[in-house]
Design a protein around this ligand. Structure first.
Ligand code: NDP
Length: 249
């Protein structure tokens, strides 16, 4: 029997890509999974596709830029499954642009989702984990949380911030049974680039990452990394994982 049997994981950004693959992995391992994102139709589709898995799957439409909605998500999970073992703070946006384009609305969205969304998740779940005296908070940072690229000043800033927040949280929680992890993927084949509106960035992407230039990771590769961190014995706290395609420099 899997170690995850009967454990509960909340996943934000579960309507596509890495979140969706992680939901499938954990449901397959017998975990209770709560799927959160804004697109309810996509969450319902995923819930239906996971019906035959051993884990129970529930959905809760959530916009992580709303502190109240994130609190409702955690409360819904506690009411439904009796607690939260893992929070996977994974929702994110990447509308890359060159700073001179002045796309302030997009900068604000990235700060709201990639940073504040993570903080709201921590704020909502931490009291429950402290009461349980156990838990695991995992956040998706990025290679962009380690390296800066042109057009990524704001996105990289948010991913550095997410990683640093997790590191700070981990230091504060040392000595407790609440674990913290940052996952930093390289290029993964998902819908993430669909929010890019800067034509120059799209052109640069095509040149650097277009067909035949690189084989991106599959979302399942990241789901496996998330699962690895959760599966470790209670005394082992994997604080950070970087996973990139072996042809990404
Ligand atoms: P996707 O675009 O496929 O997934 C992004 C997810 O975030 C969607 O489920 C989306 O759901 C959700 N989301 C966006 N805004 C909000 C919001 N306001 N409230 C709730 N959910 C929201 O891309 P990925 O799977 O690639 O992205 C997942 C994470 O991985 C992100 O944090 C991203 O930065 C990170 N990452 C991705 C990499 C890649 O190469 N793909 C590399 C490194 C890191 P919905 O629109 O339904 O709300």
């Amino acid at each position: 029997m899997s170690d995850m049997n009967g454990k509960t994981i909340v996943i934000t950004g579960a309507s596509s890509g890495i979140g969706e693959a992680t939901a499938a992995k954990f449901a397959g391992e017998g975990a209770n999974v709560v799927l959160a994102a804004r697109r309810k139709d996509r969450l319902e589709e995923l819930q239906n596709s996971l019906q035959d898995k051993p884990g129970k799957v529930e959905i809760k439409q959530t916009d992580v830029t709303s502190k109240d909605e994130v609190h409702e998500l955690i409360q819904f999970t506690v009411d439904t499954f009796g607690g939260v073992d893992v929070l996977f703070n994974n929702a994110g946006l990447m509308p890359l642009s060159f700073m001179e384009k002045g796309k302030v609305d997009e900068w604000e969205k990235m700060v709201d989702v990639n940073i504040k969304g993570v903080l709201y998740g921590i704020h909502a779940v931490l009291p429950h984990m402290q009461e349980q005296n156990s838990g695991h908070i995992i956040t998706t940072s990025s290679i962009a949380g380690h390296e800066i690229m042109p057009s990524g000043a704001v996105y990289c800033g948010t991913k550095f911030a997410a990683r640093v927040i997790m590191e700070g949280l981990g230091k504060e929680l040392a000595g407790t049974d609440i674990r913290t992890t940052s996952i930093s993927p390289g290029v993964v084949d998902t819908e993430l680039t669909e929010t890019i509106t800067d034509e120059d960035v799209l052109e640069m992407f095509e040149k650097n990452f277009g067909k035949g230039k690189m084989t991106p990771l599959d979302s399942k590769d990241i789901a496996e990394a998330v699962y690895y961190t959760v599966q470790q014995p209670k005394n082992v706290d994997v604080n950070e994982i970087i996973v990139r395609p072996n042809n990404q420099g």
